[in-house]
Design a binder for this molecule. Structure first.
Ligand SMILES: CC(C)(COP(=O)(O)OP(=O)(O)OC[C@H]1O[C@@H](n2cnc3c(N)ncnc32)[C@H](O)[C@@H]1OP(=O)(O)O)[C@@H](O)C(=O)NCCC(=O)NCCS
Length: 145
C-alpha cells in the first residue's frame, strides 16, 4: 500500500524545491520566485512523500483582513489525479478560516472549472482582471503620476 502523503501548513520549503516542483508539472520555473513571494503569504500548504519529496503546494495570500487569495496550486505530474490538490486546497481553506478570513478567492483557466467548483467547492461569482503590463502608459499633459 502506498505510504500516506504528509500535508503541512507553513512548513519550510526552499526556493530550489519550488523550482523543482514547477519543472515537475511542466511549468516555467523562475529561481528566486518563492523567496520573493513568501513574505507576503498568509500561509501555504505543502504535500510531501514519506521520503520528503515535495509533490504538492498551494499559497494563500491575503489582504490582512477578511479576504484570502488562493494562488499557485501545483502537483507533480506523476502524482496528479490522486486527490492531492483537493486536499491541499481544503487544508488551505481551513487555515485561512482559522486565521479569521471570511472569503477565499481564486481564479483559473476554464479547463480547471471542474477542479475548483466540483472537487474544491468554490462557487462562481462575477470577477474582473486587468493585465497591467497591457495598460497604455499615460501621455500628454495628464501624464505622470
Ligand atoms: C490542477 C492540478 C493542481 C490538479 O492537481 P491534482 O492533484 O491532480 O488534482 P486532484 O487529484 O485533487 O483532482 C480532483 C478532481 O479535479 C478535477 N481535475 C483535476 N485536475 C484536472 C485537470 N487538469 N483538468 C480538468 N479537471 C481536473 C478532476 O475532476 C479530478 O477528479 P478525478 O481525478 O476523479 O477526475 C494539477 O493538475 C497541476 O498541478 N497542474 C499544473 C499547474 C496548474 O495548472 N495549476 C492551477 C493553477 S490555477
Amino acid at each position: 500500500m502506498a505510504r500516506p502523503i504528509e500535508y503541512r501548513w507553513r512548513a519550510a520549503v526552499t526556493d530550489a524545491e519550488m523550482v523543482a516542483l514547477v519543472q515537475a508539472h511542466g511549468g516555467r520555473a523562475v529561481a528566486g520566485w518563492w523567496d520573493q513571494v513568501r513574505p507576503h503569504s498568509l500561509g501555504w500548504v505543502t504535500a510531501r512523500l514519506h521520503d520528503g519529496t515535495l509533490v504538492g503546494f498551494v499559497n494563500v495570500a491575503w489582504d490582512g483582513g477578511d479576504h484570502a487569495f488562493l494562488l499557485d496550486t501545483k502537483v507533480r505530474s506523476d502524482c496528479q489525479r490522486r486527490g492531492i490538490a483537493t486536499t491541499i486546497v481544503s487544508r488551505a481553506a481551513l487555515h485561512a478560516k482559522a486565521a479569521g478570513c471570511e472569503w477565499l478567492h481564486v481564479d483559473f483557466d476554464e479547463h480547471l472549472a471542474s477542479f475548483y467548483f466540483d472537487a474544491c467547492g468554490f462557487r462562481s461569482t462575477p470577477a474582473g482582471l486587468i493585465h497591467l503590463p497591457s495598460i497604455a502608459s499615460p501621455r500628454g499633459r495628464d501624464g505622470g503620476s
